[in-house]
Design a protein around this ligand. Sequence first.
Ligand code: PLP
Length: 423
Amino acid sequence: MKLSAFGQKFSADAGISSLMDDLGNAMASGDDMIMMGGGNPGNVPPVQALFQRELQRLANDEAAVKRLVGTYDPPQGEKQFIGALVELLNREYSWGLKPGNIGLTNGSQAAFFMLFNMFAGPRPAGDAGQPRHILLPLAPEYIGYSDAGLYEGTFRSVRPEIDFHGEHRFKYRVDFDQLQVTEETGAICVSRPTNPTGNVVTDGEMARLEALARQWDIPLIVDAAYGAPFPGLLYVDATAHWNENIIFCLSLSKLGLPAARTGIVIAAEPVIKALASVNAIMNLATGSFGAMLAEDMVRSGEILRLSRDVIGPFYRAKMERAVATFSAAMGEGYPWFVHEPEGAMFLWLWFPDLPITSEVLYQRLKMRGVLVVSGHYFFPGLPVDHWRHRQECLRVTYSQDDDQVAQGLHIIAEEVRRAYDGE
Ligand code: PLP
């Protein structure tokens, strides 16, 4: 097989594909693996029931079925859903959106692929200068970004500052002294809440990032796949903010519809136009399934109530149980930290000076039937250095069954203590 550079780069062993493979194989093997590795949403019964009812209603409506499966949507996405979103977001936040400010994609992952390559890489003819990059102001950051650039060097990121809170908690902060926007920066991008750490970049940090982006006339991409206004996996106060300089990305996945593959991009009209063109080339159209399934919830505002009153509290309770279980299981006498779990569905565990790498720890846990993700994957764009921290962290998902999560956390604590004891 004589692959192009593109073919080689995208078929090489990318972090995201090996992770998805590992998870998929473990799921399919039927073994009693405790799945604490992926980003799959949990089963929230009232939400599941609502989708089931809605699906039945659509199935019984001939015109709806035609829209659902028998029509190509325009490349910008399903018009009625976009209309309902515009109304909802304007009502909720007074953002002054028009339908031209929203585009839909087949999952937000696809949106990031398109956006990153729209703003990073070699410049067009007539624009002299070095290729542009996407600046990730804080690593650790989402593994799914790391291989999404067509060009080498698509991402640059910066080590965070670390604030310690009590004996076993910490929080990453953007290190603005190290953060360098240059002529070569095409956009700044941050996930909020962050996958993998559960960090929520503060309103103050967001304001500074936005000011930097504005100063350099580049967009600030905000990935709110877990955040506000939906699905609302947010356990601290954080303001959702949009203006024409911000590209705000949402997803229906963590609401409970990961298989419907629906990403939502809110941006200035020229950005949405450009995105829709790229989308037409890549996909012809975006699937309407997620849009149609969620349209009524958006029109009625039910999606906000569900996020605030059902989905957010569901994950917050899981997070609290997971933290309590892990704290009790680790006890005192060993160095361990949990990142402040401010959002999303992950605990980010840090074991300073662990005698084995997080990859070895991951392998040992897999042998014991617990699937987590080694933290070393989550530093896209950070130059290779000797920062040991990169090898000292694990991402643990707490979205699944509580008993299984508790069992998994006990095994993790046991293996970590063994490693510290030199076993
Ligand atoms: N952004 C973040 C931070 C994520 O964790 C994920 C998935 O896990 C995505 C984006 C992509 O989600 P989707 O393509 O399902 O919308």
